[in-house]
Ligand binder design. Structure first.
Ligand code: PEP
Ligand code: MN
Length: 353
């Protein structure tokens, strides 16, 4: 992929790129006042949802196209760039006609290839930057598929937004960060800028600052943060929005790691990691060989592969040991289950022979 920078003329190139503004445009006053305060704090790119895909009917589904002139006022009076979410071809056409500068595709839309294709078709021939949120489900290929659809329509200014993944368990996060997924996206597409959306990951304002810091520690390129002049009274996503003043405080407090530092002093440690990984692989291969021998014994004696009691015993014993050694129980369980699965696969091969 040959991507072009999503930085529009005059936008501060230093990390992180900041996009801020309310979840939804509600009234002209709310849009203007939020923008004024953000602009006074140096924010250059404004966000506001005009069309809102809501989980349940009856919620506020966005002010609709009547809000577009409010965004245009932000652009004209304050000189900010304006951005909004598009979910259909009609939204794309209306946003382009209103001179919106940056579009984003929301998580519910990314999950639907037909909708993404419709949007991509409507984007053909434009060179507007398009940011693509991850799909609601943790499916990296679906995310990449949406990026490819937009790219194939000729759009070159593409970025990704990590907004977390839906789960039934909402104890801490509204959407689980599952950081390994955007990290893998970056590995596969190193030139694609990735922004983090701490507001939709956290779902509560207290989590915005720590999530911003985590995103910076993981080298994300930018942050898109829901900001509202009166968050408690917001018509959508009230619990997660922060005031422009709080946003300013957060942005001044986060520590931006120096990405220009060379990693030479890490060479020794990295070599150790490489050696250890090598040892781990050798050990695993050895374990599989022993497991195959057990498989042969079971076959000769007409025994079943699965010996539940033994499996439970291994799991319990090793998980407790791992916890004692400072690792998480869930981590060790995942690892042991995966190793066991591979062992069973080897033994099944033996049985078939
Ligand atoms: C939003 O940005 O307001 C939004 C609806 O986000 P998401 O698509 O991530 O749910
Ligand atoms: Mn929102």
């Amino acid at each position: 992929m040959e991507l072009e920078s999503i930085l529009l003329p005059g936008v501060d190139p230093k990390r992180p790129l900041i996009i801020a503004g309310p979840c939804s445009a509600e009234t002209e006053e709310q849009v203007m006042e939020t923008a004024r305060q953000l602009h006074a704090n140096g924010v250059q790119i404004y966000r506001a949802g005009i069309w809102k895909p809501r989980t349940k009917p009856g919620g506020f589904e966005g002010i609709g196209a009547v809000g577009l002139p409010w965004l245009q006022r932000v652009k004209k009076e304050l000189g900010m760039y304006i951005s909004t979410e598009v979910a259909t071809a009609a939204h794309v056409r209306a946003a382009l006609a209103a001179d919106v500068d940056i579009l984003w595709i929301g998580a519910r839309t990314t999950a639907n290839p037909f909708a993404v294709q419709e949007i991509a078709d409507a984007l053909e021939g434009t060179d507007i930057p398009v940011l693509i949120k991850n799909p609601v489900n943790p499916d990296l290929d679906l995310w990449i598929g949406a990026i490819e659809r937009v790219y194939n329509a000729g759009v070159r200014k593409i970025g990704a937004i990590h907004r977390g993944f839906s789960s039934y368990d909402k104890k801490i996060y509204r959407n689980l960060p599952q950081w390994h997924i955007p990290i893998e996206l970056h590995r596969q597409m190193p030139d694609l800028p990735i922004l983090c959306d701490p507001s939709h990951i956290g779902g509560k304002r207290e989590l915005v600052a720590p999530l911003c810091q985590q995103a910076m520690d993981l080298n994300f390129d930018g942050l898109i943060i829901e900001t509202h002049v009166n968050p408690e009274k917001a018509w959508s996503d009230a619990p997660q929005q922060v005031t422009p003043a709080v946003l300013d405080f957060i942005l001044n407090a986060i520590v931006i790691r120096d990405t220009t530092q060379t990693t030479e002093n890490l060479t020794g440690l990295r070599r150790q990691i490489d050696d250890l990984d090598n040892d781990l692989l050798e050990l695993l291969a050895k374990r599989m060989r022993v497991s195959r021998e057990i498989g042969m014994y079971k076959k000769e004696h007409n025994m079943p592969i699965l010996q539940e009691h033994r499996y439970d015993e291994i799991l319990q014993k090793r998980i407790a040991q791992a916890v004692d050694m400072g690792m998480k129980a869930e981590f060790m369980k995942t690892l042991l289950v995966a190793i066991h699965e591979e062992s069973v696969r080897h033994q099944m091969e033996i049985m078939k022979e």
